[in-house]
Design a protein around this ligand. Structure first.
Ligand SMILES: O=C1O[C@H](COP(=O)(O)O)[C@@H](O)[C@H](O)[C@H]1O
Length: 259
């Protein structure tokens, strides 16, 4: 099953980040109430970190039971632990270091100064995911409640770049990426198969430099040429945009009002 994308367009990127943070708080609280815990996949990039910073500033963040939240990552820049360009480092700074998470439930992707090179690190992360998947899940990864993805100006999501082998992968859940066009060239990423195991996939796109990517991905492009087009959730696919990122969408897709 796949979910046709729903679009929500906000006035600007600050409001988008605040509204997305409010939405995420509600999702996590609802999942914890329904299932006892919640699982969220974080994204790197400007929009993902903006959302985390907005969450850190939201008084309602205290509604979340942080000790019953599992955190995973959609991709990682394969750099040494603590490198300021690592998605994990940036998420810590934006939010994670200021909330009482259970460290056993926080699952950063491996760093380049650990025991693995990128492909082996991807395998290790796939094993960690498989270990967390239960019989109620649909395969080799847990059924994430929310999986967030920043959308790059070239339509990449996670570290799935147009035309590179990772976006064509159909068997493995996590792969190493070599020769990425955006630095650093070596990365680790969930594949589209892993992404599609999430209940909800949220794509975040704010800023004029995302307008072309959003228009292409939402206008029927193929996932190999436009990876964002292949990212969808089991029950919901939500594009959260600001007006600048929505400015090139075909009028048939553009919602009637800006929230
Ligand atoms: O390098 C990455 O880029 C994308 C998009 O980032 P943005 O700054 O253009 O919003 C991000 O989603 C991904 O996690 C990250 O590794």
């Amino acid at each position: 099953m796949s979910a046709a994308p729903q679009l929500v367009v906000h006035r600007d990127k600050e409001l988008m980040a605040q509204a997305a943070a409010a939405r995420l708080i509600t999702k996590i609280v609802d999942a914890q109430s329904a299932r006892g815990s919640a699982s969220v996949v974080l994204t790197g990039g400007r929009n993902g970190n903006g959302l985390l910073a907005a969450l850190a500033a939201a008084p309602a963040r205290d509604a979340i039971d942080w000790g019953r939240l599992d955190l995973w990552w959609g991709d990682e820049r394969f750099l040494p632990d603590g490198d300021p360009e690592r998605n994990y480092t940036q998420a810590r700074e934006a939010l994670l270091d200021s909330v009482p998470l259970d460290p056993r439930r926080v699952h950063p992707m491996p760093a380049s100064d650990g025991p693995f090179e990128a492909d082996a690190a991807a395998e290790a992360y796939a094993a960690e995911l498989a270990n967390a998947a239960g019989p109620e899940d649909h395969g080799e990864v847990p059924t994430f409640d929310v999986l967030m993805l920043g959308v790059g100006p070239d339509t990449h999501v996670a570290s799935l770049f147009p035309e590179l082998p990772a976006v064509r992968e159909t068997e493995r859940m996590v792969v190493g990426v070599h020769g990425a066009p955006k630095p650093p060239p070596t990365r680790i990423t969930l594949t589209l198969s892993a992404i599609r195991s999430a209940r909800e996939v949220w794509l975040l796109a704010a800023g004029e430099d995302k307008a072309n990517a959003a228009a292409i991905a939402l206008s029927g492009a193929g996932e190999v040429q436009a990876p964002a087009a292949g990212a969808y959730g089991r029950s919901r696919t939500l594009w959260l945009l600001d007006a600048a990122a929505a400015s090139q969408l075909p009028s048939s897709l553009y919602p009637p009002a800006i929230a």
